[in-house]
Design a protein around this ligand. Sequence first.
Ligand code: GDP
Length: 486
Amino acid sequence: SFLHARSSSAYAGRLYGGLLADGGFDEESCHSRYQSAMYRRNPGRRPSPYLTSKLRRHEALQRRCGPGTAAYSNALEQLRSGASAASPECKYMVSISYRGVGNRILAAASAFLYALLTDRVLLIDPSNEMDALFCEPFPNTTWLLPPGFPVANYTRFRVDAAESYGNMVKNKVIGSGSEAAGVSAAPLPAFAYVHLNYDATVEDYYFFCDDDQRQLRRIQWLAMRTDSYIVPGLFLVQAFQGVLDLMFPERDAVFHHLGRYLFHPNNHVWGLVTRYYEAYLAAAKQRVGIQVRVFGAVPDSPELLEQIVACTQKHGLLPEVLAEEAEPMALASRARSKAVLVTSLKSWYYEKLKSMYWERATATGEAVDVHQPSHEEYQRSGARSHDHKAWAEIFLLSLTDVLVTSGMSTFGYVAQGLGGVRPWVMYKPTNSSAVPDPPCGRDVSMEPCFHKPPSYDCRRRQWADISEDVPYVQHCDDAIWGLKLV
Ligand code: GDP
């Protein structure tokens, strides 16, 4: 498999066509950075030359302004003083880490794109194991926020925090972008908290308005909380559109590139990925990933099992099985033909699928091998070995050739984006005792969905359906109120 993948890579293989910097790293410290491309049968999309050069310039910025530099010490001094410098040398975006691994990855990717667009240094809040899952993405510096950040308790800021941009506007501590446009000399704080959690208010959503972005540009330190993929919202800001076009001429591959650039499993997680891959998936002719997102307290669902079977068989992803008494065909080949990777918190779905393909012959004579790396039963985000497994399984799913995901799950979104595949999405049933019809549908793009996008038209200052204005932003099939890039 190793050799196969290596020779089938369509372009400058291991560093993803210049997406990753050549040099500046000790290869031993991060094997996945140099090996992951060899595990991918689908080489994925090519990054634009503008994106790769922008990334190199950004790496220089991270080095020049990052922790340990004089510029960083000065910026901390300024932060302690409370007022923004008139023209600060370096500006910062801190990404707060919370919820599941999928949520945390999408939040960091979103913060990174914002940092690229606004020439800010990205710093990741290291809590919730964010310092124990990934390699360092930027050469010769660190993306982790060092201990002792002067804004006390910033990771616990919520919708009511007085420091949030939305509340500062609402309480007239600062004018809203448009009001302030004429009086731009008004002093701004050195720090603002950007609240883009699911419960964000109208004022919080001003973040996606051009006038407010002009104002935010003058605030040296931002810390953002989001559990979602806010990138489609950044495409609504007119000031960003030119650079976004240059960076991402293929708009459906934004997370694909950002994700492959930023998130390299550290050596421990890479061991989990490669040992599992070589033992259970490498030999198969085709790999089918099935992500079954269930919640700890919900009983095993025969309807969901039926949905999985209906989806995979209807679309020819897995072979149908013959009736119990039917005379089986000779096996098509001694080589295992399909390996199925099931990921789930529960083992029941896996066991049922595995039994089905043992007890019954397939209509095609293919052998179907079913595997599941773990079943953790309950979500325990922030626990190290639990998160290690979750991240390894997301990555393993991204190495499959065909992907079936559970709708609305960021876990699946990350896998599809890293893999570069448009998944078959199993919709959430409206009535839990019925199998949805159709059981699944092909996603319109591999991009993650922004679940709670702004529904506010900045120019007209009124509620609006943004998807009507921007052609490459559509509502998501799995979350109709959500928005995604296509
Ligand atoms: P989302 O909640 O579906 O959007 O995905 P997240 O990744 O943000 O949060 C779900 C969390 O539950 C994961 O990060 C894991 O901790 C756990 N989890 C859910 N499904 C699985 C699974 O299939 N395998 C493993 N190992 N953990 C899972």
